[in-house]
Design a binder for this molecule. Structure first.
Ligand code: PMV
Length: 362
């Protein structure tokens, strides 16, 4: 990313971008370099078409500080600082001093169980870069998004995505393994409104080395990545599902045996809720009875079910029958596109375009 633009003058430069959150099939858990968000291991994901973040960035010389509004509310201090730090990266690249207004909205509720930081920082990166008049390659956008939130690197490319751990800033980026329409495997996300988790994922990442099982997880990952790449290449849901389930359980085995600093009262980090365990048991019973459905779990209580397109209606019905549908939310996705620009004025000329999100929210 060696480009530095001329200082900007003139009217506010604005751009709006959209991104889907992504769901990791092979998870990122643990950082080799916390400042650069270099992951300890490679990971593979798909973008969740059922959820979208839309973010507008306006650089404006009349502002004395960045203004950040998320889902209609002023951002809290932590989010404000993360957004400003990210805008600072863009300002440095573009040789800009203007502060910005950032307005970001999710189509999905925070309680929908998808990691909004991946779509948030992918959309912010895409919009801020365009508003600042920069033209970056997909690889450069992924590198930049990674510094906002690691998993955001994977919401930049289309469809099924691999994030290389790399060995330095330039070599750790995500790329598309296969486009959105390559395979119609579906993800059904089941979430419960259980409030914010007790241990944020960043604290979880930074505690991994305290787990006696972390080295064992890392040793397994090259084989797991191979098997997931191969299952995607073959469009083999059965092979993918079993590997992905065991991979998620390995992350949780590490989390449950990690001791996060500053939380000495905790013995390990348990992201499961009772609802999580009940859903895992139900999925395994359905599978035993012949319904081909698998699960994965992130650092939270939500359960993401994987199934073939032809089984979506049956799986959604089975979920509805087994959870309290008053409180649980169900989100249906397939592989979605990478972050895209909706419009821009005053920034770099570049491809703009809109595509309505193919979202299904129940
Ligand atoms: O990008 P972060 O810091 O929110 O970490 C994401 C961690 C997991 O969602 C648990 C796994 C992953 O690869 O997305």
């Amino acid at each position: 990313m060696g480009m530095v633009a001329e200082p900007k003058v003139g009217p506010p430069a604005t751009a709006t971008a959209r991104a889907h959150p992504n769901l990791a099939l092979v998870k990122y858990w643990g950082r080799r370099d916390p400042a650069l968000n270099l992951p300890a291991n490679g990971s593979i994901s798909l973008n969740l078409s059922g959820a979208v973040t839309t973010t507008m960035v306006v650089f404006d010389r009349a502002l004395v500080a960045d203004i950040v509004v998320i889902n209609g509310e002023p951002a809290d201090d932590v989010a404000q600082q993360r957004v400003t730090a990210h805008l600072d990266r863009v300002r440095t690249l573009a040789n800009l001093t203007e502060r910005a207004t950032v307005v970001s909205d999710n189509t999905f509720p925070t309680s929908a169980g998808v990691a909004s930081s991946s779509s948030a920082f992918a959309a912010l990166t895409r919009a801020a870069v365009a508003a600042a008049g920069l033209e970056l390659s997909l690889r450069e956008l992924s590198i930049l998004a990674r510094k906002g939130s690691g998993s955001a690197a994977r919401s930049i490319p289309d469809g099924f995505v691999e994030w290389l751990p790399g060995h330095d800033d330039e070599s750790s980026y995500a790329f598309s393994l296969a486009p959105c329409d390559y395979w119609d495997v579906h993800v059904i996300t089941v979430a419960w409104p259980l409030g914010p988790k007790a241990v944020p994922s960043l604290a979880g990442h930074d505690a991994v080395s305290t787990s006696p099982f972390y080295e064992a997880r890392l040793a397994l990952l090259p084989r797991t990545l191979d098997r997931v790449r191969e299952a995607i290449a073959q469009r083999d849901l059965g092979a993918l599902g079993m590997v992905v389930e065991r991979e998620a359980m390995s992350l949780h085995a590490v989390a449950m045996t990690s001791q996060p600093a500053a939380r000495p009262w905790m013995s390990g980090v348990t992201y499961f809720a009772p609802e999580t365990i009940r859903m895992i048991q139900a999925i395994q019973e359905w599978r035993e009875r012949g319904l081909e459905v698998y699960f994965t779990l992130d650092a939270g209580p939500s359960v993401h079910l994987l199934c073939a397109a032809c089984d979506v209606a049956q799986v959604v019905q089975a979920v509805r029958n087994s959870v309290d549908s008053e409180s649980a939310s169900i989100l249906v996705s397939r592989a979605g596109r990478g972050a895209w620009l909706v419009n821009q004025t005053g920034g770099a000329a570049g491809p703009a375009g809109d595509q309505p999100p193919d979202a299904t929210v129940n």
